[in-house]
Design a protein around this ligand. Structure first.
Ligand code: NCD
Ligand code: ZN
Length: 361
């Protein structure tokens, strides 16, 4: 049994760092363990111009401690205001400001998704342009509202997207580069195992969907720290996800979806969508890969497949993980004295949760 593993420094294909004091508190945590990340654009206001993306990139970089190299890849939010010309400008990297992806959120489905289209299929001009120039589309793949604007069952949201929307999208735009984010259901896994292709149709997996199933989410009451979109699913879904990453497929990569929320929003009348996992994400991935006997597949999943999709080089630095128990006991505290609790935390987690892998200091 391996007691340590050294890999190229990972890349996080899906990261929320927010803005202001929250950004300054959480960015250094990801930057310490990841060489770079695709930064999500669901800020307030959303990132919908190259100029905003450039300012946001500057804010992220300013929060990275001086001795660390961390490459934020910026994205645009697919709002109704997003123009094909802006996408073209961003993809060309004019004036040194490259935009690496466009993110789609279904209206009303998750945190700050109020600016999204009800269905991605409505965004025809934008999608045509993206297909033409090769700009990747990152999908929050859930159906939230039906044709009469009634809410669908959130446990069915991903499988409805996979059964209906995704096939139509791929059929209409056959050359479009697509990433199905944070896969959570057996149906999504079936679809990706059949159709996934490196550089064309890829997918990301979070540590929390690999670690937990809904027995954990409902253990001793509903667990606010596990509340996220897509919802944590059944034991069967989680097993399928674990079995998929074990295969070492080149189109599957780590996207933590670390999504911090202030304590007051997380523990108020239940509860903001988003799992804050940056303090433990890498360690949880290592733990799961160890449990399923796939540590030899960890480096490609964490450090190679994501950069390959976005056309950037993997890190030249390395990081070492050790098999050693530890526990998160303290929240992250912003300079405004706001507490942000990590998943796995001893107090608000599932009890005495232990992590079995640790980053070597
Ligand atoms: C994310 C957030 O808080 O920004 N929340 C989540 O539950 N995953 C948004 C998202 O990726 O859906
Ligand atoms: Zn997200």
């Amino acid at each position: 049994m391996a007691e340590s593993i050294t890999i190229k420094k990972p890349f996080d294909s899906h990261l929320h760092v927010r803005q202001g004091a929250m950004l300054r508190a959480v960015t250094p945590i990801s930057a310490a363990k990841f060489a770079g990340a695709l930064i999500m654009p669901n800020t307030e206001p959303p990132i919908e111009t190259v100029e905003q993306a450039a300012a946001y990139k500057k804010e992220v970089l300013a929060a990275v401690p001086g001795e660390i190299t961390f490459e934020p890849l910026m994205s645009l939010y697919l709002t109704k205001n997003l123009k094909p010309s802006e996408i073209e400008k961003g993809f060309a990297g004019e004036n040194g400001m490259k935009v690496f992806a466009v993110k789609s959120y279904p209206y009303g489905a998750t945190t700050n998704s109020q600016w999204g289209y009800r269905s991605i299929l409505e965004a025809q001009d934008v999608l045509k342009k993206m297909e033409e120039i090769g700009m990747p589309l990152l999908l929050h793949g859930e159906v939230h509202l039906n044709d009469h604007d009634e809410e669908e069952d959130p446990y069915d949201a991903e499988r409805m997207f996979i059964a209906d929307v995704l096939p139509r999208l791929l059929e209409t735009y056959p050359k479009l580069k697509v990433s199905l984010e944070h896969m959570s259901s057996a149906e999504a896994i079936d679809f990706m195992e059949k159709n996934g292709e490196a550089g064309k149709l890829v997918t990301t997996v979070t540590p929390h969907h690999l670690m937990y199933d809904r027995r954990h989410a409902f253990s001793g009451g509903y667990r606010a720290l596990l509340h996220c979109k897509p919802l944590i699913k059944t034991a069967h879904d989680r097993e399928r996800l674990r079995y998929m990453v074990k295969k070492g497929l080149p189109f599957v990569s780590a996207g933590t979806d670390s999504a911090p929320h202030p304590e007051a929003k997380k523990f108020s009348s239940c509860c903001a969508f988003g799992v804050f996992n940056a303090p433990v994400a890498l360690e949880m991935y290592a733990q799961v890969f160890d449990e399923i006997g796939a540590l030899d597949k960890l480096e490609a999943f964490l450090s190679l497949n994501g950069p390959q999709f976005f056309g950037v080089e993997p890190s030249t630095e390395t990081i070492t993980l050790l098999k050693k128990d530890w526990q998160v006991t303290e929240p992250v505290v912003t300079e405004e004295d706001i507490k942000v609790w990590s998943v796995g935390d001893a107090k608000h987690g599932l009890g005495n949760e232990m992590l079995h892998w640790q980053v070597q200091q």
